[in-house]
Design a protein around this ligand. Structure first.
Ligand code: TXA
Ligand code: MG
Length: 317
């Protein structure tokens, strides 16, 4: 299959409406979309990215009012989060409306919904005139793509269309919050910080990721975010004789004698998050044997960043 590259959101939306797979930019990472109500098209998402069928997809909407097309009802905590964070990098898990095909939600009776904070994505989604099911636009288990070039690396020839734009502003995926019962819980740390969520919903449970997370969010146990190169989380950059084969990303600058082949020194945790997945891919392309990633405080975006670093380190150990 030939993948059409375009800057035109209306051309991309026409393709999606006719049952095709369309990759599109968002503020978190690029997504791989299909009409959420078209079972065949959604099935092809799983094939294109070689994703296990037990990992549910996030449904993207162009307007908060569209949430009711995919959710049976909207519990109070979800209403608060939607009002405060849509559009934005937050996915809320809600009771699923009957009309949503079960392939979208991997058989769960819940559905994750998000409205991206990205002008081109919103123009595209609005023109689609249907909710769009979309996982990150990478091959399953690979780092999420934060540029259209990274989407091409993984999916060129496997999808019908790629709506091109610049780099994703956040660089890490959305925060996922389960709002299906009386005590909402965090399922995936992400670009909306836990501190912000707790301001909005003080009763939010942070622990379910470890306890019920696997049951509520089957995707969490799949290997994730991993480059083809070994990742090690380090306290600080350090010099060893073999660093010529290594890459380093972090906040502290290595001394010139540390001798890393490739380095990226970030000014802030936000910049670290913005660059991480892109750096993984650059390090792969440079042929390094190992990537040292500096540990950060689990605060603000640091929590999501540490989650991705630890998953990458354990998937490549
Ligand atoms: O930022 C993002 O969320 C990006 C962009 C494209 O929107 N999408 C993304 O999708 O990261 P994906 O499929 O790579 O990750 C979705 C996560 C998975 O961990 C999945 O298990 C969880 O959300 N999820 C989806 N639907 C769920 C549901 N009904 N209940 C619990 N977890 C769900
Ligand atoms: Mg993903």
């Amino acid at each position: 299959m030939q993948t059409l590259l375009t800057n035109d959101p209306f051309q991309a939306a026409t393709m999606l409406r006719s049952g095709r797979l369309v990759c599109f930019p968002t503020e978190t990472v690029y997504g791989l979309g299909a009409d959420a109500f078209n079972e065949d098209a959604v099935g092809r998402i799983f094939a294109a990215k070689m994703r296990p069928l037990d990992n549910p997809l996030i449904v993207h909407v162009s307007d908060p009012a569209q949430v009711k097309c995919v959710a049976r009802h909207i519990p109070p905590a979800a209403r608060t989060l939607i009002e405060a964070c849509f559009p934005g990098p937050l996915s809320v898990v809600l009771p699923k409306a009957e009309a949503v095909p079960s392939i979208v939600t991997a058989g769960l009776d819940t559905v994750a919904v998000r409205m991206p904070d990205h002008d081109l994505a919103l123009t595209f989604l609005e023109a689609c005139n249907t909710p769009v099911a979309a996982p990150s636009a990478n091959l399953s288990g690979r780092p999420s793509p934060t540029s259209w070039e990274a989407v091409c690396d993984d999916l060129s020839g496997r999808v019908d269309c790629l709506l091109k734009d610049g780099r994703s502003a956040k660089g890490l995926e959305s925060t996922v919050v389960d709002c299906t019962d009386h005590s909402p819980g965090l399922l995936r740390a992400g670009a909306v910080s836990v501190e912000r969520l707790l301001d909005l919903v003080p009763a939010l449970r942070i622990d379910p990721i470890e306890t019920v997370g696997e049951l509520r969010s089957p995707g969490i146990h799949h290997p994730h975010y991993a480059p083809r190169v070994r990742v090690e989380v380090v306290e600080r950059p350090h010099g060893t004789a073999t660093n010529a084969e290594r890459a380093y990303i972090g906040i502290d600058a290595p001394t010139s004698s540390a001798g890393y082949r490739l380095t990226h020194v970030c000014e802030s945790t936000d910049e670290y998050a913005y660059c991480l997945f892109d750096f993984f891919r650059r390090a792969e392309a440079a042929g390094v044997g190992e990537i040292h990633c500096q540990r950060v405080m689990r605060h603000g975006l640091g929590r999501a960043l540490m989650d991705r670093l630890e998953k990458a380190a354990s998937s490549t150990a």
